[in-house]
Structures are given as structure tokens and as C-alpha cells.
Design a protein around this ligand. Structure first.
Ligand code: P6P
Length: 336
């Protein structure tokens, strides 16, 4: 990466010349998100030392145990966004209802975020991440409403994630390609390390929780069985990789190709549409993968076309190399 010392802010000022979606306000907002992620990265890296591992003895809106770092990270992102002067209303995976911003700090954007996705992996030191999705405010007046948050993914202004792994990376798109930045912990700056990220049209890796096999519908079972059958011409059997942390599984898929699936299953009647949430998991990842040349579907429709009906709405997610995802759709849509 010699010579590529382009910081996030310098990169965005360059991009601004060719992409009108990248306003000074959006540059400022992304800077605030980067700043929040540096604080989270520091806390993730020392969680075991400062007693913020383990459970916060609470359950979030998803009915999932909240780990201390979840709450910690949520508060860091919420506070940073609330004071940014660029946001009018927020939604978080950790909070039942939408959240207003500090009085007098209202701005033209909304943000939905998962402050620390994959948190079940915190105690075992597996990569976790922050995911964010930014829309323009569409309702009149300064204070945002839930309608400003409940917009289809194809209206996103910007989306991305931060991966707290062997290194801390921020990956974003604002409609002019996907760009990855690596945090130089010593300097405290994100530097461009992965310009113009593109996903292969077809890969040879699939990523799914096989433990749910019994609960998938027959067509999903047939598709996974197909990937595991031998056929050298179509690079089968595919390799299986599954971290159990969406940001880590998605990032690997973006770089190596193939697909990640969290289909609907019949395991939990509370989650008939699968486990992952549309607003701050599926839709932002779908925008990133689309900008990288890939595709994201429920198996029946494009994720980016779905008009959300609720802040924490769940959807099935099949995302990655376009040829792989389209083939999965064909299997899943087969008439029984
Ligand atoms: P399972 C993490 O809890 C998460 O929301 C995503 O990051 C991840 O892809 C998924 O759940 C893993 O779910 O049921 O395979 O443990």
C-alpha cells in the first residue's frame, strides 16, 4: 500500500468532484461515524482488560442477550450521530423505537445502524462489526419521523460497515463505487487500502449456518445440496465458510466471491422471515454489494426494492456474486 496515504476525508473530497451525493454534510457525517468506530475499535481490542465483556443482563428488542460492549457501542454511535448536526432521526438494532437527535442539531440525513453486529462472538474474540445506512430526510420540517427511516434501500445515500478484525476496516459506498479504508491505530486515521472494490461475478464459497438445515424449505435444502455435489466444470463442491458474524462473512464474500445466505427457516416462529434485519443489516450490505457488481435478494425479490414496514423488520438474505445469487433464486423459486 506504499504511497496510498489517502485519508478518508481526503478521499471523500476527491470523490465529491464527481459524485454530487457526497456533500460536505455527508463528508462530515462519515467522519463522525469513523470517529465513533475508532472508539469502538479501541474498546473491542481491550474489552477483556476493562471488564466490559460478558452480559449486560439485559435483552434487546430482538430478544437477544445484550452484551456490555453492545450497549457501550450503541451509546458511542448514538451520541456521536446526535451531535453531528447532519442527522434528524436515528434507528438502532439495540433500541425499540427511533431516536431523536440533540435539540438544535437536526440535519438533512437519517441513519440506521447496528452498533456491534455479531456480538455473540465478542467473548471468543471473533471479528464483529458496525453497519450503517444513511438516507435523505423526506418529511417536511426539521425533526425527522419514522417515515424518513422507512425508505427502500434503493434510496440510500450512503451505506457501509466497519469490521473489527485482525485490522479495523471501514468500507462504504455513496453510489460511486465501494472503497475500503484500514485504520492505522498508531496515527488514529483511516487510510485508503482497497479502492474500487469489485466482487467476482461467480465464486466457489458458500456461507450459511448448516445447523438450520432441517428448518429450511425443501428448495433451499436442494440448493445447498447442489453446491455440495461434485462437478468440476462448475467448481463444485463449493468451499464452506461461516463465522456467524454478518460483517465478517459479508466482507470475505465481497473479497473472495461466492455468497452468504441467511434464508427464512421454521426454527423460530418469531422469525418466520429469517433472522437478519432489513433496515440496518440487509439493505446497507445490499447497496454495498450492488455497487461492487454483486446482488442481494430475499430469494424472491431484490433487497433494495423492499419498502420497510418496521424499524426491525426481518428478511431472508442471499447476497454476493450475482451469478451465484441468481442461481440460488432459481432453486428457491422452483415450483414444488
Ligand atoms: P446464527 C449476529 O448475531 C447475527 O445477527 C449476524 O451478525 C450473523 O450473520 C447471524 O446473526 C448469525 O446467526 O443463527 O447463525 O448464529
Amino acid at each position: 500500500m506504499e504511497g496510498q496515504t489517502l485519508s478518508l476525508a481526503a478521499h471523500l473530497r476527491d470523490e465529491q468532484k464527481k459524485n454530487p451525493k457526497i456533500t460536505n454534510g455527508l463528508i462530515s457525517l462519515l467522519g463522525e461515524m469513523a470517529s465513533a468506530s475508532k472508539a469502538i475499535s479501541r474498546d473491542v481490542n481491550r474489552a477483556g482488560l476493562v471488564g466490559i465483556l460478558g452480559l449486560a443482563n439485559k435483552v434487546n428488542v430482538q430478544g437477544e442477550e445484550v452484551k456490555k460492549l453492545d450497549e457501550y457501542s450503541n451509546e458511542i454511535v448514538r451520541a456521536q450521530m446526535s451531535k453531528s448536526g447532519q442527522v434528524c432521526i436515528m434507528a438502532s438494532e439495540e433500541v425499540d423505537n427511533s431516536m431523536p437527535v440533540d435539540e438544535g442539531c437536526e440535519g438533512p440525513y437519517t441513519i440506521a445502524f447496528d452498533p456491534l453486529d455479531g456480538s455473540s462472538n465478542i467473548d471468543v474474540n471473533v471479528s464483529i462489526g458496525t453497519i450503517f445506512s444513511i438516507h435523505h430526510k423526506i418529511s417536511p420540517g426539521t425533526k425527522g419521523t419514522d417515515d424518513d427511516l422507512l425508505q427502500p434501500g434503493n434510496k440510500q445515500v450512503c451505506a457501509g460497515y466497519v469490521l473489527y478484525g485482525s485490522s479495523t476496516m471501514l468500507v462504504y459506498t455513496a453510489g460511486s463505487g465501494v472503497h475500503g479504508f484500514t485504520l492505522d491505530q498508531g496515527v488514529g486515521e483511516f487510510y485508503l487500502s482497497h479502492p474500487n472494490m469489485q466482487i467476482k461475478p461467480k465464486g466457489d464459497i458458500y456461507s450459511i449456518n448448516e445447523g438450520n438445515y432441517l428448518y429450511w424449505d425443501k428448495n433451499t435444502q436442494k440448493y445447498i445440496d447442489y453446491l455440495k455435489a461434485e462437478d468440476k466444470a462448475t467448481k463444485r463442491p463449493y468451499k464452506a465458510r461461516y463465522v456467524g458474524s454478518l460483517v465478517a462473512d459479508f466482507h470475505r464474500t465481497l473479497i473472495y466471491g461466492g455468497l452468504f445466505l441467511y434464508p427464512m427457516d421454521y426454527k423460530d416462529p418469531q422469525k418466520p422471515k429469517g433472522k437478519l434485519r432489513l433496515l440496518y443489516e440487509a439493505a446497507p450490505m445490499a447497496y454495498v454489494v450492488q455497487q461492487a457488481g454483486g446482488y442481494a435478494s430475499t430469494g424472491f425479490e431484490a433487497i433494495l426494492d423492499i419498502k420497510p414496514t418496521g424499524l426491525h423488520q426481518r428478511v431472508p438474505l442471499i447476497i454476493g456474486s450475482v451469478e451465484d445469487v441468481k442461481q440460488a433464486e432459481k432453486f428457491i423459486q422452483r415450483k414444488a
